[in-house]
Design a binder for this molecule. Structure first.
Ligand code: SF4
Length: 359
């Protein structure tokens, strides 16, 4: 699409902000405007000429991982987000005992971090929970993404989260997006279910695996996110993980719309537990909506008891939200927790929410 700085075929991406403004800040997203105009007609995944197999229609398949198995049995799962680094390594073992799955990010928010693949290799099979590796399209071509999946399978990983990836903070002209999350999901399902690469060639794959996508309850009007979600599910997404939420009604509206379209993919609702006003500001910059009441309560708690006060406040508010979500009878089958990079607080947060989220 002309004007999209990532040159995507399936937009808008997760970088679209309120009112359809692109994350670059300089333009209105042309994809957003196209979806407003054409609606559900844009929910068909678009493939470029590099994809020789174009008629594959991936369906939900039997579980090949503990994570998917729990989701499909209707158990409420608890997922912990880990940003890979040498310092987060020391919390991983404890978090692995408390969560059903660890979700390992891939250079989030346009930053450069330790490779998720190398991080999983460093764990040397020492954790008890399942692993979800994020696969970002930023700066990787489709061959690199394919070889990353094959490498991760060799390490025992059976779950991937496909994301388009954010624009980098600098060196914008040096990065590239060969794929978007929709085409990456299709590529992954071809590999997993058919043992084929995007060119249609046979590939020896050690196991079938699962690929999921993100879901943004903050985007309005809701039909923009409905189109995005439907397109990813048609491309083969087997689970959906939301952006962090602080109030349930926008997500309820989105899920009701997905259910009307017969989408039956398990959803994991994310909650963020920032411990510093800067971390809350970062979430808001990423498009996460935070109510005035929450914001005031957070700042009051931080001023009176610093990080611990902020964490306790977030946990108190989040617990009510989690109970509401899990009892909603919508598609929600689990809770995803991020402490926005503060891994030292993650075990405490997991223990606190374990009482509400069954294993
Ligand atoms: S929001 Fe995403 S899809 Fe839209 S113009 Fe920006 S980069 Fe492209």
């Amino acid at each position: 699409m002309l004007g999209c700085p990532k040159g995507l075929l399936n937009g808008p991406c997760g970088g679209v902000r309120e009112g359809g403004i692109c994350e670059s800040g300089s333009i209105k997203c042309p994809w957003y405007e196209a979806v407003i105009r054409e609606g559900i007609r844009l929910a068909t995944p678009k493939l470029d000429e590099g994809f020789r197999v174009r008629d594959f229609k991936p369906l939900l398949k039997d579980p090949y991982s503990t994570f998917l198995s729990k989701l499909s049995r209707g158990n409420d799962v608890l997922v912990a987000e880990i940003v890979p680094s040498l310092s987060s390594l020391k919390y991983v073992k404890e978090c692995g005992k408390l969560a059903d799955a660890l979700s390992i990010t891939d250079n989030p928010a346009g930053t450069v971090k330790l490779s998720p693949l190398a991080f999983v290799a460093m764990l040397k099979g020492s954790i008890e929970s399942d692993v979800i590796i994020h696969l970002s399209c930023r700066g990787k071509d489709r061959d690199t993404l394919t070889s990353t999946i094959l490498g991760a399978l060799g390490l025992g990983v059976r779950n991937f989260l496909a994301v388009t990836g954010d624009l980098p903070k600098s060196n914008l002209s040096k990065t590239f997006f060969d794929l978007d999350s929709t085409r990456l999901i299709y590529l992954a399902r071809l590999l997993s279910d058919k043992g084929l690469n995007y060119r249609g060639g046979k590939v020896k794959v050690s196991s079938k695996f699962h690929v999921g996508a993100t879901l943004n309850p903050h985007l309005r009007p809701v039909k923009v996110e409905v189109v995005r979600a439907l397109r990813k599910v048609r491309a083969g997404a087997e689970f959906l993980i939301t952006q962090p939420v602080y109030e349930f009604n926008p997500l309820r509206e989105l899920l009701n719309n997905l259910i009307k379209l017969n989408i039956d993919v398990p959803v994991v609702m994310a909650v963020a537990l920032p411990t510093h006003p800067k971390a809350l500001g970062y979430l808001r910059d990423m498009g996460v909506k935070v109510s005035k009441v929450f914001f005031k309560g957070f700042i009051r708690s931080y001023k009176s008891s610093r990080e611990v006060g902020a964490l306790k406040y977030c946990l108190g508010e989040t617990s009510k939200l989690v109970e509401e979500a899990l009892s909603s009878n919508l598609l929600i089958r689990g809770i995803y927790i991020t402490t926005v990079g503060k891994h030292s607080y993650l075990p405490y947060a997991l223990k606190s929410l374990r009482g509400i989220v069954g294993s």
